[in-house]
Ligand binder design. Structure first.
Ligand SMILES: Nc1ncnc2c1ncn2[C@@H]1O[C@H](COP(=O)(O)OP(=O)(O)OP(=O)(O)O)[C@@H](O)[C@H]1O
Length: 310
């Protein structure tokens, strides 16, 4: 859906985005993760056609993003990290204003507003003044505004920033709902746990570069070396231990005090699935639980490495 190739953005002599490439498949949720100043907003603003690139190529739906900016913008909904709301407008008027700004017919806009407000949980606030909304509600209203022209692709720049945990969960659920509706979503955050529960794909951006990219699982296994798998078998525990130790990519096997094996494994997901299949053919497997590091740990590892290299 979105194809970014060798994207570079320079502000004067400073390179904010340094030759990054990634694809966003239709229907996926791609997380752009990085610390402050990594280049997330710059990348997203370029992809939203709001900032010019220095070099590189971006395609949206198979077309050059810049070839017909007006057409590209119809497909895109962009939610900025900072946004203003107009204090003397009511919620419905605010959406009408943005609908008209997109060149939509007011009658059509009025037809979609109830559904949009329902989706973002603001149906009961329709006639309230925007400035009386809580921060979480304002974020959700901004998301509704992003959807007003029914774009296929959403670019959401840190949509959960400044929200409390409950509001974050609400927002996450709305984003999942949007994915179910078929939207393709690019979302940024520096709060990694939040994205690990949401995204199908991840690009980690540090100092304008994207050293790590792939599906959530791929990224986790790329950064981590070994995986710890907890395995419990019924009967012939010793036989299973010997068998496990003979398998390729099994680094170590210990039995914990709950009677489960703790297997240190260096294979990838596919190999792990094969291990489970082969094990199940020989033994009665009660449980098989790979324990991955969470994204927060991955991220800390990565930025630590970069920091120490610097
Ligand atoms: N208009 C500009 N002129 C010069 N430098 C800029 C400009 N905009 C951004 N930068 C610099 O480019 C780098 C990347 O900024 P960007 O806002 O893209 O980062 P970010 O990952 O979105 O950070 P944050 O999480 O803090 O929003 C930063 O070092 C920033 O200072």
């Amino acid at each position: 859906m979105f194809k970014v190739e060798n994207l570079v953005k320079q502000y004067g002599n400073f390179t904010a985005v340094n030759d990054i490439s990634f694809n966003i498949e239709k229907g996926s949720i791609f997380g752009l993760i990085g610390p402050n100043g990594a280049g997330k907003t710059t990348t997203m603003r370029i992809m939203a056609t709001l900032l010019t690139k220095t070099s590189g190529k971006i395609e949206l739906g198979g077309q050059d993003l810049y070839k017909n900016i007006k057409e590209s913008r119809k497909l895109l909904g962009y939610m900025p990290d900072f946004f203003g709301v107009y204090d003397d407008l009511r919620v419905s008027e605010y959406l009408e204003f943005y609908g008209e700004a997109y060149g939509l017919n007011l009658i059509d806009v009025r037809k979609v507003i109830p559904d949009l407000l329902e989706l973002v949980g603001l149906a009961h606030k329709r006639e309230d003044f925007v400035n009386n909304l809580s921060r979480g509600m304002k974020q959700r209203l901004c998301l509704a505004r992003t959807l007003i022209h029914q774009p296929e692709v959403l670019i959401l720049d840190e949509p959960a920033s400044g929200l409390d945990p409950r509001a974050r969960v609400e927002l996450r659920n709305i984003i999942k709902e949007l994915q179910k509706m078929g939207k393709t979503i690019l979302i940024s955050s520096h709060i990694l746990l939040e994205l690990s529960q949401l995204c199908t794909h991840v690009g980690i951006i540090v100092d304008g570069k994207m050293p790590i990219l792939g599906s959530m699982e791929q990224v986790l296994s790329q950064v981590q070396g070994n995986v710890l798998i907890q395995i419990k078998v019924l009967e012939d525990v010793e036989g299973a231990r010997v068998w496990l130790l003979e398998q390729q990519k099994v680094v170590d096997v210990t039995l914990n005090n709950l009677g489960a094996f703790e297997v240190i494994y260096s294979g990838d997901e596919r190999e792990m699935a094969k291990l489970l299949k082969d094990l199940s053919e020989k033994f009665l497997v009660l449980s098989f639980n790979p324990q991955r590091q969470n994204l927060e740990e991955v991220f800390m590892e990565l930025t630590e490495v970069n920091g120490s290299e610097a």
